[in-house]
Ligand binder design. Structure first.
Ligand code: CUK
Ligand code: CUA
Length: 614
């Protein structure tokens, strides 16, 4: 299929084709040309404004990737409609897909079922998204996960050694190379009970993870606690906003100083010394750790007022903007001067070329394609639009402030984290919704507001209630994301099941329909084609362990099946041409119905069978 054809198909999808196919059970071939209206892109409903309503039958212009906060997941939204399209389970348990039940998810989760995702970013090539992967942090258990964007599934989870509170992350922007992760909480290193009562011996680590293998390459120890992370556009530097220059462990101790830092990491120097074997190992981890505290060649510490939180790189790659949090200022750091500071030609503080006041409690900054920045102001509950060139020229750069509802955290604009920032939409992720929605008990939803920034004035176009608690989001042009509609059944994701089948002489999962006993372990290979499982019953013995392997042999878009085994806490889905498996015990004799939980056919409710335990 040519790129053009595929694009046309995306814009003019024949959504009724699946239902039609389902109804006649695969007999119909003629499913196209039902004549839905083509999508209308970016027409305006008011002069000077973008159209925010997406009519029935039309598609959104952007994919939004939302972190899910302490739900542990990642969400996919359509922008500008803000319709939630999917929840991708990452660190959490999710019964709809069987995440936490299937063998592949168990191998990634290693017994854990919770996480706290704050920052989701996509992989890059040449300063813009390549559409291959999304990366997301787990603040709760110091992990980094990777999501494949061909199938929208989590495929790797890396545990980061010696770290707590893995917070800011950012991938390389020049190519698919690394993801840099900041640990926010300082602990004794190693954290094995020694030095627990001596905060002066605590430390935090900046970690480099290989984006292709997801292995940890190196770590650098820093002074202070690191918050958000950014990378430059050239592959030379990563950086961390850092607070607690005091080295304290209580809140009062941590916020005494008027200035903390932006720490910049010099990749060339770090990688040369890691290669030369200068990294030390901590505890029983084999990851090389370099000392990047004050005075090291690996880092510079740029003084920034006061407990700075977010750091965001503008789309030209020239300026990093640090938001002061406890200072009403944003600090503009000139990356060209960073080179000179590393060479000792200027002082680190001389890298700051502007420090305008933008409001009380600045947290994060997004950008348009016209040289403007948009900073989220938590305490004032506003978004401040300001001009970078004016700030650097020493003029008052503030253009406009707009009230949001209420207490904004992150902010982002369409394509803002790339050199293709397009200045169309801004999303404000607000921590409180108070009076904006019907009350739903003491735990309230959050409120996210979409703002049209294409005109000379900002305009809020709608409120979106969200399940707690997305921290951050990126909005990506839809032509960049090219998800598959049906699995390729030779995908390495099914290696475990494929090898298991081969072990028992079954060379094709699509033809595997057999019960195999191996001592007290029974392997049940089953396939599904709407509306039938390949087995209407199978028999096992009380006390057995069962591994149930299910392959969806339907190859039609949107024709998913799954299997739910009554009273055995087993429930997972298989999308077209996918294989998945789960392993469970059968402690009690009896008859247990299994059934398909995904509505697949007019006879979906009849897609079931009996597990007989004797
Ligand atoms: S942090 Cu939450 S509002 Cu974790 Cu990105 Cu700034
Ligand atoms: Cu298969 Cu429902």
């Amino acid at each position: 299929m040519s790129k053009k054809q595929e694009e046309t198909e995306t814009k003019n999808p024949d959504r009724r084709s699946f239902l039609k196919v389902g109804a006649v059970c695969g007999l119909a071939g003629a499913t196209s040309a039902l004549g839905l209206m083509p999508n209308v892109v970016q027409a305006s409903d008011k002069p000077g404004h973008l159209k925010s309503h997406v009519d029935p039958g039309d598609l959104d212009d952007y994919y939004g990737f939302w972190s899910g906060g302490h739900s542990g997941e990642v969400r996919v939204l359509g922008i500008p409609s803000c319709r939630e399209l999917k929840r991708i389970p990452v660190f959490n348990y999710d019964a709809a897909y069987g995440w936490g039940t299937t063998n592949i998810s168990k191998s990634l989760l290693k017994g854990k079922h919770s996480g706290d995702t704050h920052h989701v970013h996509l992989s890059y090539h040449n300063g813009t998204y390549d559409g291959k992967y999304a990366f997301v942090n787990d603040k709760a258990q110091a992990r980094l996960a990777r999501i494949r964007l061909d199938y929208f599934v989590t495929d790797k989870i890396t545990e980061i050694p010696h770290c707590q509170g893995t917070h800011g992350i950012f991938p390389s922007r020049h190519k698919l190379d690394a993801v840099y992760c900041n640990s926010e909480f300082r602990t004794p290193l190693p954290n094995d009970g020694r030095d627990a009562t001596d905060p002066k011996k605590y430390g935090a680590l900046h970690t480099c993870i290989d984006a292709k293998t997801m292995d940890v390459r190196w770590q650098v120890m820093v002074d202070g606690n690191m918050d958000l992370c950014a990378t430059d556009y050239e592959g030379k530097y990563s950086m961390a906003c850092s607070y607690n220059s005091e080295g304290g462990v209580t809140l009062g101790d941590m916020i005494a100083n008027d200035r903390d830092w932006l720490v910049v990491f010099n990749h060339k120097r770090i990688e040369a010394d890691v290669k030369a074997g200068k990294g030390k190992k901590i505890g029983n981890s084999s990851v090389p750790v370099l000392d990047g505290r004050h005075g090291s060649p690996y880092t510079i510490y740029i003084p920034i007022p006061k407990s700075p939180h977010g750091v965001n790189m503008d789309p030209t790659g020239r300026y990093a903007v640090c938001a002061g949090k406890l200072s009403p200022t944003v600090s503009v750091v000139d990356m060209k001067k960073v080179d000179q500071a590393f060479d000792g030609k200027i002082k680190p503080r001389d890298c700051v070329v502007a420090e305008p006041e933008v409001g009380i409690g600045p947290l994060h900054t997004a950008f348009d394609d016209r040289g403007n920045a948009y900073t989220s102001i938590f305490i004032d509950s506003v978004v401040t639009k300001w001009n970078i060139a004016k700030a650097v020229a020493g003029q008052n750069p503030v253009i406009e402030k707009i009230d949001i509802h209420y207490q904004i955290g992150h902010i982002n604009a369409t394509m803002s984290e790339t050199k293709e920032a397009d200045g169309k939409w801004l999303i404000s992720l607000n921590k409180f919704s108070k009076d904006r929605f019907l009350p739903v008990g003491p735990f309230r939803n959050e409120n996210e507001q979409l703002i049209d920034i294409s005109g000379s004035k900002m305009r809020i176009v709608h409120d979106t209630a969200t399940h707690p608690e997305p921290h951050d989001a990126v909005m990506v042009r839809r032509d960049i994301i090219r998800p598959k509609k049906v699995w390729s059944n030779d995908d390495p994701r099914f290696d475990y099941e494929r090898n298991l089948a081969k072990k028992f002489g079954l060379n094709d999962l699509k033809a595997a329909s057999k019960v195999i006993r191996d001592g007290k372990h029974v392997y049940v290979f089953m396939t599904g084609v709407a509306p039938n499982f390949s087995m209407s019953e199978f028999t096992v013995k009380q006390g057995d362990t069962v591994t149930l392997v299910l392959t969806n042999n339907d190859g039609i878009e949107d024709l998913s099946h799954g299997i739910c085994v009554s009273h055995h806490d087993v429930n997972f889905g298989v999308s077209p041409q996918e294989t998945a498996s789960a392993t469970f015990k059968v402690p009690n004799k009896g008859v247990y119905w299994y059934y398909c939980p995904w509505f697949c056919h007019a006879l979906h409710l009849e897609m079931r069978g009996r597990m007989i335990v004797t």
